[in-house]
Write a protein that binds this ligand. Sequence first.
Ligand SMILES: [Zn+2]
Length: 137
Amino acid sequence: MSVNLFRFGSVLHAVAVLALAVLVSCGTTARHYKGKEGTTDADGDIICMKHRQKVIEVDGYRQSDEICVLPDPDYIKWRIAFPMPRPLGVSSTRSAFYVEPVHYIYCSACEEAIKVKMEEEKKRRRTLSKFGLKTGG
Ligand SMILES: [Zn+2]
């Protein structure tokens, strides 16, 4: 009984191609969160329905109507998958771009999950570019 090295190499090649195919297809689509966004608990606190935790309330600032600072496209992409991300165009600190006082709420677990998704997306793109593949969305 002999081992056919050519065939073994083909199997390894097929596994590598399959792994790349999975890498290309996974994690690229942000599914829109369709459940209920929030509810209130017995104390009247707002709870994120996905993470079952109390939201954070912030006295922050929003962009004035004359200014539009575009967020990271990956942030826009992934925030739809979570019920209570930070509203767009707000900041907890006043700056040249964020000038209008505003009160807003968000779920810190939603924000953290978006950051994880964005980081996964960056890693995926780096890996794909190592193999000379286009990264697409
Ligand atoms: Zn949440």
